[in-house]
Unconditional design. Structure first.
Length: 181
């Protein structure tokens, strides 16, 4: 084998490894940049109108970002807040002995015991309540664990949102220059 051929194989192999590592490193930035490009394409007419009136691209881009923030982030944060509040309320109602879920289980048990067709089953109220509460706690713990994971991932989401808005600012301001280049 020729030394130049070995050198070429080594070079292209090393180039491939470095390229794969580089793509792995920029992978977290792919989605924010993609969404910044999509939102810039959708909101570019708003930016253009503002820039025609103001004649300052930086201010026009910043105002467009504020409008986009109101349109996208406020509804998302409101839904997230409602989801967290409802999950915590459900979790507290299950763990509370005076909770409405336990009362509903007791009412169902009394109905089953007083029913003439089910009196032969000899249902123990304590076991029934305990099993239903255990099932409900399991479901609520599953939801609560999912919510906890979602909350932990919200920091990464916030960082990606900041990257998206940063890129969006420049996509709006310099979009035509980038496309011409």
């Amino acid at each position: 084998m020729d030394f130049t051929k070995i050198r070429q194989i080594f070079f292209f192999g090393l180039l491939a490894i470095v390229s794969i590592i580089f793509l792995y490193l920029i992978r977290p930035f792919a989605y924010p940049l993609f969404w910044a490009a999509v939102i810039a394409g959708i909101s570019y007419p708003i930016y253009e109108r503002l820039n025609n009136r103001l004649k300052f691209p930086n201010i026009s881009s910043a105002l467009t970002l504020i409008i986009i923030g109101f349109v996208i982030l406020i509804p998302l944060s409101a839904m997230g807040t409602l989801l967290v509040g409802q999950s915590i309320e459900l979790y507290n109602s299950v763990n509370d002995n005076r909770g409405s879920i336990n009362n509903n289980i007791q009412n169902i048990t009394k109905w089953v015991q007083d029913n003439q067709f089910t009196t032969k089953l000899h249902i123990d109220e304590k076991i029934w309540i305990e099993k239903m509460s255990e099932i409900t706690r399991t479901v609520v713990n599953f939801v609560f664990d999912g919510l906890k994971d979602w909350t932990q991932n919200s920091i990464a989401f916030l960082a990606q949102t900041v990257i998206m808005f940063y890129a969006l600012f420049f996509f709006l301001r310099d979009g035509k220059k980038m496309l011409k280049f």
